[in-house]
Design a protein around this ligand. Sequence first.
Ligand code: ATP
Length: 265
Amino acid sequence: LTREGFSTVPNVKWDDVGGLDHLRRELRNYIVRPIKNPEIYKAFGANLETGFLLYGPPGCGKTLVLKAVANEAGANFIYIKGAEMLNKYVGESERAIRNLFQRARTCSPCILFFDEVDALTPRRGKEGDSVVDRLSNQFLAELDGGERRNVFVIGATNRPEAVDPAFLRPGRFGNIVYVPLPDADGRASILKANAKKKPIDPSVDLDAIAKMKCQDFSGADLANLVDKAIHVAVEEKFRSIEDDDITTDSSECTIKMAHFEQALS
Ligand code: ATP
């Protein structure tokens, strides 16, 4: 579990993530390799002062993929939920933003991940002096302020149109990447990632399941489907042994195609 606002190196591995190949490549080039091989980037004079804005429907792996990036790079990961930060530090969110960037610098290399970033980057009014304007301005100042020193800033949103365009310039959240609902291959790969440590019967065809009734499923829906199939199997097991207290041989505990079908129905 990620505790909001705390820094840790997450334990998510790349094989926990299904699909998102394009995004993986981008993040490897802009975050993982610069952390691991800074001298190459320096030799080329590569500019790394940029952040990413990931947008798209909820539950498609935006947070998950950054945790895998942080894990591979051995970097700290700080997770912030925009709306919560706004509410928690009413009237003091400017200072909170400043402190946050300071904290990220002290535990660098660090990935500073803002979920629901649109709450912190509202379009500024003409006057420029309301509370939200001051917050936006402070955030912009932090994004621009001096060297990033191995702090990688990522924003995620389901509402990119609500982000003030000033945030989308190079050097700020300059790399804008759409993270869509997975296609059939992506869905199969997400199912496999979520099922890999589970006792799935070899007859289960996850590719076929991905094509069956999951057309509009997000990654989160697919993870939930695996959980549901497991619970269907557990229930069936208990029905077969009748008495919950009897300890039985667990070698027969596998998840079969029928369990997935029932979970989908
Ligand atoms: P939100 O916009 O709601 O913050 P998100 O895009 O950040 O959503 P995640 O929090 O990364 O989505 O995904 C939620 C959960 O769904 C993950 O913890 C994981 O169990 C599952 N999941 C989503 N996408 C994937 C994926 N590509 N591969 C494997 N699991 C996934």
